[in-house]
Design a protein around this ligand. Structure first.
Ligand code: ADP
Length: 500
């Protein structure tokens, strides 16, 4: 098979042509029903391969294997150094398969293979190496205690950080491999055992990752992977009474249903949800970097990032100049199959998402917005839309308030910075924000006033580094991914107190 001008590697050809299985207790097998569903190439709508349609009973089997592995302790009782080495080995194995992973991300998700090669895959490898380092650094504290009613008594008190147990992880389709590693890395470093459910739109790279995890020497049952749909496999995992924690990335709406499902056994929950990230461009900004920076913030990954910059507030004196620059860049962008090496922007993920994004564009235009560039579907095959910049938008419009998850920017001029900050914070979301200015003090003052989990100054989308905690204020989520914050969220604190 050849798609665009990138030749699919023989290893990937054979991966795509052999039947895909789920991973339970170290063995690849079918679901109990043996039903499958197709996964598509979003650039063409063609079926790539069939994937097992996991159901509640498959999730049950996977949770049982994860529970057994956790209680038997083949993973959590390994030395931390040995756990770190296995994670590092997995990273090395992935590195040897960089091209296969990059092509798989492009075929299954639609993103340019050049982007997957340069960003998704190396970032995923780096995440495992970063988390491998943490395995040996998960520490408690010694705590001086006073006990007022026991004069003269002496105590030795300390805390331990222990793995939280069996974790269910549900991931989205926008960065399929990277989202899997964000979830798996800290959980494995902490000594947890896992049931991972990839998104139904993009299950393939997680399955290839599972093959490498088996090769890297993770004991049976430590990592289980069940493909399937959200309403069936995902919901069963979120509600499962023997899962200790659920970690979810996806829409705010589904995040809410995860919280409800998790209430049954009060499992711990972390959520990485939607965003509607504001960007402020001040009159003294270096526009030679701000314009391409804002452009990339909006259109990278076809706007399908939770941290995508979607609301732009530009000081009125430079508004026309900035918007003209953005429109110029948008006109030059090359849309096409991700497997074409010259493609800048791939398709949206699915027919559903295509209809949703086009619907938002239409609603904005109906409410009085004007597209200075884009505003339409692109081509007549695949799920492409033009990069779009809307002006004449207002705070009450759906396009300004709701997450579109496509390449659509709403731009407004401002005169009063206070008013711009108020608008920037006027959102149910609080994931990321950015400010562009040369005034360093002003930049940090603004950063402290933006209600977001991650604020960029004179840059955007430097989000994916393994060391930088990522997560949201308000309805953008609970908890953080990456950094040592992620490790904390896969551990329980145990206090131990001894009288001497
Ligand atoms: P998006 O809107 O970005 O497609 P979703 O939130 O629908 O994202 O999906 C993200 C992940 O959540 C996917 O793996 C999907 O299968 C899963 N999912 C969807 N609905 C549910 C649900 N009700 N319970 C658990 N997981 C779900």
């Amino acid at each position: 098979m050849s798609t665009g001008t990138t030749e699919i590697t023989p290893m990937l050809q054979s991966f795509l042509s052999s039947p895909r299985k789920i991973l339970i207790d170290g063995k690849w097998g079918n679901t109990l029903s043996e039903h499958t569903f197709p996964t598509f190439n979003p650039a063409t709508g063609d079926v790539l391969c069939q994937v097992p349609d996991g159901q509640k009973e498959d999730i049950d089997r996977a949770v049982k294997a994860a529970r057994h592995a956790f209680e038997q302790g083949p993973w959590r009782t390994l030395t931390p150094s040995e756990r770190g080495k296995r994670l590092w080995r997995l990273a090395d194995l992935m590195e040897q398969r960089t091209e296969e992973f990059a092509q798989l991300e492009s075929l299954d998700n639609g993103k340019p293979v050049t982007v997957a090669r340069g960003a998704d895959v190396p970032l995923a490898i780096d995440l495992f190496r970063y988390m491998a380092g943490w395995a040996t650094k998960i520490e408690g504290n010694t705590i001086p205690i006073s006990v007022p009613y026991a004069p003269g008594a002496q105590f030795h008190a300390y805390t331990l950080r222990e793995p939280i147990g069996v974790v269910g992880q549900i991931i989205p389709w926008n960065f399929p491999l990277l989202m899997a590693t964000w979830k798996l890395g800290p959980a494995l470093a902490a000594g947890c055992t896992i049931v991972l459910k990839p998104a139904e739109e993009t299950p393939l790279s997680a399955l290839l990752l599972g093959e490498l995890a088996c090769e890297a020497g993770f004991p049976d049952g430590v990592l289980n992977i069940v493909t399937g749909f959200g309403e069936t496999a995902g919901a069963a995992l979120a509600a499962h009474p023997d899962v200790d924690k659920i970690a979810f990335t996806g829409s705010t709406e589904v995040g809410r249903s995860i919280v409800h499902a998790a209430a049954g056994n009060l499992k711990k929950v972390t959520l990485e949800l939607g965003g509607k990230s504001p960007m402020l461009v001040l009159p003294d900004a270096d526009l030679a970097s701000a314009i391409p920076g804002v452009f990339n913030a909006t259109f990278f990954n076809t706007g399908q990032c939770c941290g995508t910059g979607t609301r732009l507030y530009v000081e009125s004196r430079i508004f026309d100049h900035v918007l003209a620059g953005l429109a110029d860049q948008a006109k030059q962008i090359k849309l096409g199959s991700g497997m074409e090496p010259t493609t800048d922007m791939g398709p949206l993920i699915s027919e559903n998402q295509h209809q949703r994004v086009l619907g938002y564009m239409e609603s904005g235009l109906k409410e009085g917005a004007q597209a200075i560039v884009g505003g339409h579907r692109y081509g007549d095959t695949g799920y492409f839309v033009e990069p779009t910049v809307l002006v004449n938008t207002a705070q009450h419009m759906k396009v300004v308030q709701e997450e579109i998850f496509g390449p659509v920017l709403c731009a407004e001029p401002f005169i009063d910075l206070e008013e711009a900050l108020e608008k920037a914070n006027n959102s149910m979301y609080g994931l990321t924000a950015a400010v562009w200015t040369k005034d360093v003090s002003q930049a940090h003052r603004i950063a402290s006033r933006l209600r977001a989990g991650l604020v960029w100054i004179n840059c955007h989308n430097i989000v994916l580094d393994a060391a930088l905690p990522f997560g949201g204020y308000k309805q953008s989520g609970w908890g953080r991914e990456m950094g040592h914050e992620a490790i904390d969220l896969y551990t329980e604190v145990k206090a131990v107190c001894a009288q001497l």
